[in-house]
Ligand binder design. Structure first.
Ligand code: P1T
Length: 384
């Protein structure tokens, strides 16, 4: 049976995987080694040095390529290291058009690291493709899309942006961290690069920090591999093993994240003490139609603003939560609550973040896979 014909729910388990060559181990062993014996100079079994390649990482990279419907996967030491590798495809004078509502750390990397090296970033609301086109000029080399966005849950039409990118011969990269390939596969919609913070849903257990890139094009893969090896921000063997294990249950976890997300989103929307709830599954969400057509479901990420809309209102609620842990990150089996203004998006200037809705009273939930009634009870006692 060819792997290409397997459905997504089978590829999470079998995609790119083969029993280990040494003893037939079903799970690839954690090859905790930096180097490999050579019988003569340059004569080896495909591995020379673990920055260049490591069998456990290769197993993960093959799994990543399979679940994203790509051809080549690359695993990095963090999501930001993966983004860093993409931007290193560019040089001084080049320009990037990025979603204006994105993870604060991505914004910080763009503005505070890469602008120093002469790369310009233009941040644009991407719900209207025409807004992107207005910013394209002869120096534009890359469009960076995050969808759904972190933390405002805007949804961007990947296929429409891809048509635009192709028209202007610009690369399109999509940060697929929030959706995962369970919900959407950007390469199928015309993206050139898919990026993940595998720290989140792919790992799924809040026990690892890993990043990933997946591409279809061989030349692009070679350029990114060159950067991965030359810059060296690779994913270690133990972390590769953990993400590989996480991916095997991605589909069952995501199904429950989506079910619980729906219950929590509706609970919040009907709560008299809640002002706004941001979740793309609502018919009233401004991008619901696109979400419905490009995603298989709506995920477990929700942001909301309590009535009163002050910093203190938000802090009171997140401090009272017991089952939801107040913490950075998302996508693990356990539910987390975050306060973007002081946590994940603190590196974005207040004026910039407020323009896109990341107000001081915004709360972000990563709805886990606990029993939904326990999650509602926790929110009930915290919101009052
Ligand atoms: O944390 P790291 O693995 O380096 O990934 C960075 C990253 C990239 N893209 C998105 C959409 C992300 O959400 C993140 C990391 N985000 C958090 C830690 C957070 O709590 O939002």
């Amino acid at each position: 049976m060819s792997e290409k014909t397997l459905k997504f729910n089978s590829r999470t388990i079998h995609g790119g995987q083969h029993p280990d060559k040494a003893y037939g181990a079903v799970m690839p062993p954690i090859y905790q080694t930096s180097t490999y014996a050579q019988s003569a100079p340059g004569v080896h079994q495909g591995f020379e040095y673990s920055r260049s390649a490591n069998p456990t990482r290769t197993a993960l990279e093959n799994a990543l390529a399979s679940i994203e419907n790509g051809s080549y996967g690359l695993a990095f030491g963090s999501g930001l290291a993966a983004i860093d590798a993409v931007i290193k495809l560019l040089g001084p004078g080049d320009e990037v058009i990025s979603t204006n509502d994105l993870y604060g750390g991505s914004y910080r990397l763009f503005k505070q690291i890469f602008e120093k090296f002469g790369i310009t970033f233009r941040f644009v609301g991407m719900q209207e493709t025409t807004e992107i086109e207005k910013q394209i000029n002869k120096n534009t080399k890359l469009i960076w899309v995050e969808t759904p966005t972190n933390p405002m849950m805007n949804v961007i039409n990947i296929e429409a942006v891809s048509t635009l990118a192709k028209k202007h011969a610009v690369l399109l990269a999509v940060d697929n961290t929030f959706a995962t390939p369970y919900l959407q596969t950007p390469l199928d919609l015309g993206a050139d690069i898919v990026m993940h913070s595998a720290t989140k849903y792919l790992g799924g257990h809040s026990d690892v920090v890993v990043g990933a890139l997946v591409v279809k094009d061989k030349k692009l893969a070679e350029k990114l591999y060159f950067i991965q090896n030359a810059s060296g921000a690779v994913c270690g063997p133990m972390d590769s093993f953990l993400v590989l294990r996480g991916i095997k249950t991605l589909h069952v976890r995501m199904q429950r994240h989506c079910e619980n997300g729906k219950v929590v989103a509706h609970y919040l929307a009907n709560h008299p003490k809640i002002e706004n709830v941001y979740w793309p599954g609502f018919e009233t969400h401004p991008n619901h139609a696109i979400a419905k057509s490009q995603m298989n479901d709506f995920g477990g990420m929700i942001s909301f603003v309590p009535k009163g809309s002050s910093y203190d209102d938000a802090i009171k609620i997140v401090s009272k939560l017991k089952l939801f842990t107040l913490a950075e990150s998302l996508g693990g089996v356990e539910s987390l609550a975050g306060h973007p203004a002081s946590m994940t998006h603190a590196s974005i200037p207040k004026m910039e973040r407020e323009k896109i809705g990341v107000v001081d009273s915004l709360i972000r939930l990563s709805v886990g896979i606990e029993d939904a009634s326990d999650l509602i009870a926790d929110l009930e006692q915290a919101i009052g």
